[in-house]
Design a protein around this ligand. Sequence first.
Ligand code: NAD
Ligand code: IPM
Ligand code: MN
Length: 347
Amino acid sequence: MKSYSIALIPGDGIGPDVTDAAWQVLSTVASHSGFSLTGTPFPWSCAFYKETGAMMPTDGIEILRRFDAILLGAVGWPAEVPDSVSLHGLLLPIRKAFVQYANIRPHRLLPGVQGPLKTQNFDILCIRENTEGEYSGAGGRVHQGTADEVAIETSIFTRTGIERILRFGFEQARARRRKLASVTKSNAQKYSMVFWDEITRELAAEYADVEVTSYHIDAMAARMVMAPESLDVVVASNLFGDILTDLGAAIQGGLGFAASANINPDRSAPSMFEPVHGSAPDIAHLGIANPIAAIWSGAMMLEHLGEKDAARTVMSALERTTARGIGTAPGRDKTETITAAVLAALD
Ligand code: NAD
Ligand code: IPM
Ligand code: MN
């Protein structure tokens, strides 16, 4: 029997609730599908930081490297640990160390979910560059605390980084509706984003079967609201992709529905699966976090592991659940009610 070892990092706030829900669904589908999943939990979180002074042990990355995949809930508890410490101590180093350069975030409405837009008819795949750009962590502050203080945050874009994320997007577009939107702000950012536009044009010549359009990020934000049905694959830099995918979450009914896969396409290290949302301190401990985004992320993990039938089973269980109106109204159904309905819909 095939067996996969999964590192579980529930994290903070609602992270443990939604990870537990996803794990219940994934273990159940595995037992029906003739493979096994072994989960090893890691308590790395803001609570762990408060106990140990670090978000994960110094050999944390080496520990994770041995797993087939990582399932993560959410990281961050800003009331007690600054986000600049918690995210740079756990989530962001994992994405970078494991070269998970493609962050895939699907935006479409599950049946029975009423989005805020007039149109309900869209199917967007955001591909977010996940290892460099605005998240390079290069910069510093000088003259701190004085009137002359300056903070510099340098975005680093490499040809390798831009080219590989665009190629990944082109390949996804080929498997879908053959349309690719490349997002920059090259009218204002004249080095990195002009560079990105140039590489987009170079690759467009190579992928002549894909219709390519370059958009500015501001216009893309409007388009995702005004004409989301015109979009197929959307490729954006790290920060722009971050922002667009919370917008994508909003048009698909909310953050409780937005799934995400941090993929290492070369498979030289584990990939990581997590919802788009964070730890939601405002609803933590209320038992009302929507687990759908985490369960959908789990389906993306099964797909990545090659368990395509099991991934489809999870997606159709989610669809049957929302089609019955369960989990579709924010805050109405308990996490455990939604999870039980998804489990019951697996067959
Ligand atoms: P958030 O995504 O946690 O919450 C934004 C809003 O969406 C809140 O009103 C929240 O209640 C709601 N929401 C989020 N997930 C939901 C769910 N599953 N069901 C129902 N409602 C949900 O964003 P934030 O408030 O900006 O961030 C909170 C903390 O999480 C911060 O520390 C932030 O840095 C961190 N964060 C972590 C990740 C991650 O680990 N991948 C992602 C985003 C934010
Ligand atoms: C996300 C989150 C993270 C990001 C934060 C928490 C650093 O917002 O996964 O979308 O910006 O990548
Ligand atoms: Mn985000």
